[in-house]
Design a protein around this ligand. Structure first.
Ligand code: BTN
Length: 325
């Protein structure tokens, strides 16, 4: 089967909104026989698309599976670059190494690697990230901004704002940002962001932004040891999340905020970030590899560095840490 033809047929069926599409028309448009088109339709049916054949009218899509294949995301995309090049896999160890390879192969800005299930998903500090099949959004976005490598960590904050806004708009639920990379609902983690980098000494080649959103899990989908600290959007709202729509909205905000950041730096995004933060104004413990600092989280700088005031009045800049509130 030709994947491009299959993708285009899927897009047409989705866009037709329940109206029939003529098999002959598809055959003419793709320069294929009607039998070849029929074979594509049969393959789509094996993937969970329900397609009726209406005599003399053509194919009618009556329902589509809850999947994240490119054509499903595409129907909601509003972006110019982000998500215009999607690499979809049903299952993979992790989307991050695939995205790293694609960077080397020259994948354009805004390319996305996305899957239904990761068998070895990873988080910050090489921790495991549970990625249950079909329940969440497991994706890596390749971003190629013209910035020095020192600025790359700020992309975690840019991404946190983009995902927060997208979840708010699509799922009508407010998430809070726990510096630097966790999104929480009611104090429990529903999203993690992993920022990785390929760079020359003075220039970023690409940022590989790994985004994991717990969308439709039930409590029993999480391993026992994280059940008290993890949540999913559906567990909070009681409504299933349309994952394809949420992906498209995340990419929408990510493209806008990336462009804003590259043009004007973090400052214009800082106010938004602060308005969603659950870290600021609180007494926190910042746990780093060689030390722990306890004090009041005052704010973040224009560079995204967390400022913590300890009881002796000293102000410390924290670049990376686990935060306990
Ligand atoms: C964290 O909270 O520590 C970050 C979690 C990041 C998880 C995402 S899921 C998609 C991408 N692939 C991975 O293996 N990890 C990131």
């Amino acid at each position: 089967m030709n994947p491009t033809v299959k993708y285009e047929i899927t897009k047409r069926l989705l866009a037709a909104n329940g109206q029939p599409i003529s098999g002959q028309q598809l055959a003419d448009d793709f320069g294929l026989s009607r039998t070849a088109i029929w074979k594509h339709i049969k393959e789509l049916e094996t993937e969970g698309f329900e397609i009726d054949t209406v005599k003399k009218k053509g194919y009618v899509l009556t329902s589509s599976p809850d999947s994240l294949q490119a054509a499903k995301i595409d129907q909601y995309l509003t972006t110019k670059r982000f998500g215009r090049n999607i690499h979809y896999q049903v299952t993979c160890p992790s989307t991050q190494p695939i995205a790293h390879q694609l960077v080397q192969a020259g994948a354009p800005d805004g390319s996305v690697v996305i899957c239904e299930e990761q068998t070895a998903g990873r988080g910050r500090l090489a921790r495991a990230w549970t990625s249950t099949q079909g329940k969440g959004i497991w994706m890596s976005v390749i971003i190629r901004p013209e910035i020095p490598p020192t600025k790359a960590p700020q992309f975690t904050l840019v991404a946190a704002v983009a995902v927060t806004r997208a979840i708010e708009e699509v799922c009508q639920v407010r998430t809070e940002i726990k510096w630097p990379n966790d999104l929480l609902i009611n104090g429990k983690k529903c999203t993690g962001i992993l920022t990785e980098l390929q760079a020359d000494i003075d220039r970023v080649q690409a940022i590989i932004l790994g985004i994991g959103v717990n969308a439709n899990q039930h409590l029993s989908d999480f391993p026992q040891e994280i059940q008290s600290i993890a949540t999913s959007i559906q567990m909070v709202t009681g409504q299933p999340v349309d994952r394809a729509q949420l992906v498209a909205r995340i990419l929408h905000h990510l493209e806008i905020y990336t462009d804003l950041y590259v043009k004007h730096g973090f400052e214009p995004l800082k106010i938004l970030w602060e308005s969603y933060s659950c870290t600021l104004g609180k007494r926190i413990k910042a746990i780093m590899i060689h030390q722990t600092i306890e004090g009041m989280a005052l704010g973040i700088t224009n560079e995204g560095v967390l400022q913590v005031k300890t009881d002796d009045g000293q102000i410390h800049g924290i670049y990376s840490a686990d935060i306990e509130i």
